[in-house]
Ligand binder design. Structure first.
Ligand code: NAD
Length: 500
């Protein structure tokens, strides 16, 4: 078994904690590698390296920092397939989906290359007589990113390109379930010219995360993962005086109005519910057809498409949907389908019975596309995030009831409405209490120059990721007010200075 280790001060480091865990290829169900799980001392070594690198990096001209990121971007473009293969081998997603993930991450690098523009600051001449003021955004110091398994390249790239462009140094603690993409990106950042210690990877589990949360030299924590852990990270990080943004889980609804283009809605649902085997925080897991007539017509269109889904390993280019991340997660998803059935929902297509017949892949962690009708808000399968290829249908008889359903959900990451009516679309996008909204767009993931984030239990903290929100998160503002002796002189003044 080969050990996947850390990357500190631009060097691969073998784990020394004596703790490690297997990393699986979900398509085969086999494990050939293990990942090192860092001790507190290993985390401290990485933080010390990042701390040492920060003064020089923060004072490096933004244009020079941007040029290094620009070179990294070119490497990503040229080697997207290589990174995609690494992602697929540990995550299981199909190749084109993995390339899509790399591309969406790369777009944040493209945004970060604009740092000289977005760090320009503001200047006001004559805020008082002969007095000028300017405001600048400065880096925080050592910052850390803690990321989930489902986007092992894109989610880290929501964070580190912006953090580095702003002059911070970075520790990435990727998911222990698919740790290799982070090391490849670290190697390529080094190749692009990033100085030692500016970007570091520490592999690990709760022990490494807690060490980062408690370390006084870590100034900010950017987290993406499940809601209970996001809440924990936010509480412990802020209690330790850190700035924290913690994005959590999701349950995303798509409303299909009677006037919607049903073929368009059906195809959109197929990709949004079953792409990446439903392991996306922006997956649509609940379809909300308005009226029974729409529900029946939708099901009729969905069923043959779900039955025709090509489920297989990423090595087969024809595969449309891969396996789930682990055996435990596969069992959990099947358990949710059992629970829906027990609570009285109607299983229309049943992914529990799917068997992978391709030779060598029989033991992979596959679940087939599952469609469940007659789901109601009292059921566990509606209340909880399933994170698998399971699409629930909650029938509603009016637009208002559909909106009320969405508002009663604890999560508020993404949502969509399919309609041809401008009034409905405008009302939905204005009034819905969800962070990211699509109108005839099923997965409304904002582009890099906008910002990504949900509301309610889908986020803890104030800042969304990337775009200008990312810049605000990874910088703090300083305002300097200046007067020179040649200007007007005042007598001593004991009242609050005003313009008068
Ligand atoms: P997870 O919460 O289990 O793990 C995320 C990170 O937290 C990992 O790095 C993990 O090592 C660490 N971690 C896990 N348990 C911990 C603990 N007890 N203490 C400290 N650290 C701990 O999430 P996951 O299963 O890797 O990812 C799937 C989840 O992420 C889903 O809920 C999904 O919706 C969510 N997600 C959200 C977004 C978003 O933008 N809102 C994006 C992607 C994924």
């Amino acid at each position: 078994m080969t050990q996947i280790g850390h990357f500190i001060s631009n060097q691969q480091q073998v784990g020394t904690s004596g703790r490690e865990q297997p990393v699986f290829n979900p398509a085969t169900g086999q494990s050939e590698n293990s990942v090192a799980l860092a001790s507190v001392e290993e985390v401290n070594t990485a933080v010390a390296a990042a701390k040492e690198a920060w003064p020089a990096w923060s004072k490096t001209p933004p244009l020079r920092r941007a040029r290094i990121l620009d070179k990294f971007k070119t490497i990503l473009w040229e080697r997207a397939d290589e990174l995609a293969e690494i992602i697929s081998s540990e995550h299981g997603k199909v190749h084109d989906d993995a390339v899509g993930e790399v591309t969406r991450g790369l777009e944040v690098v493209e945004f970060a290359v604009g740092a000289p523009t977005f760090l320009k600051g503001e200047f006001s001449e004559n805020v008082g007589s002969d007095v000028d003021s300017h405001s600048i955004r400065q880096s925080l110091g050592v910052v850390a990113g803690i990321t989930p398994f489902n986007f092992p390249a894109m989610v880290p790239m929501w964070m580190f390109p912006v953090a580095l462009a702003c002059g911070n140094t970075f520790i990435l603690k990727p998911s222990e379930r698919d740790p290799s993409a982070s090391l490849k990106m670290a190697e390529w950042l080094k190749e692009a010219g990033l100085p030692d210690g500016v970007f570091n990877v520490v592999q690990g589990d709760k022990e490494a995360v807690d060490a980062l949360l408690d370390h006084q030299d870590v100034k900010a924590i950017s987290f993406v993962g499940s809601t209970p852990i996001a809440q924990y990270i936010h509480q412990r990080g802020t209690a330790n005086g850190k700035r924290v943004q913690a994005l959590g889980g999701a349950k995303n609804h798509m409303v299909i109005m009677p006037d919607a283009d049903l073929d368009m809605a059906t195809n959109a649902l197929m990709g949004a519910a079953f792409g990446s085997a439903g392991e996306r925080c922006m997956a649509i897991s609940v379809a909300v057809p308005v009226t029974d007539q729409v529900a029946d017509a939708l099901i009729e269109k969905l069923v043959p498409k779900i039955e025709a889904l090509k489920i297989g390993p990423a090595t087969d280019k024809a595969s449309e949907m891969g396996p789930l991340i682990t055996k435990e997660h596969m069992e959990k998803v099947k358990g949710y389908i059992d629970s829906g059935e027990q609570e009285g929902a109607k299983i229309i297509t049943d992914g529990r019975s799917f068997r992978q017949e391709k030779q060598g892949y029989e033991n992979g962690f596959y679940v087939g596309g599952t469609l469940i009708d007659q789901v109601s808000p009292e059921m566990k399968i509606w209340k909880e995030e399933i994170f698998g290829p399971v699409l629930s249908i909650v029938r509603r008889q009016s637009y208002k009831d559909a909106v009320d359903l969405i508002h009663s959900c604890e999560y508020a990451n993404g949502t969509a409405v399919f309609t041809r009516d401008g009034d409905t679309a405008r009302a939905f996008s204005q009034d819905i209490e969800v962070g990211m909204v699509g109108v005839n767009v099923p997965i409304p993931v904002p582009m890099a120059f906008h910002s990504f984030g949900g509301w309610k239990a889908s986020i803890f903290g104030d800042h969304h990721m990337h775009g200008m929100e990312g810049v605000r998160f990874f910088t703090r503002i300083k305002t300097t007010t200046t007067r020179w002796p040649s200007g007007q002189r005042d007598d001593p003044q004991f009242s609050m200075p005003t313009l008068g």
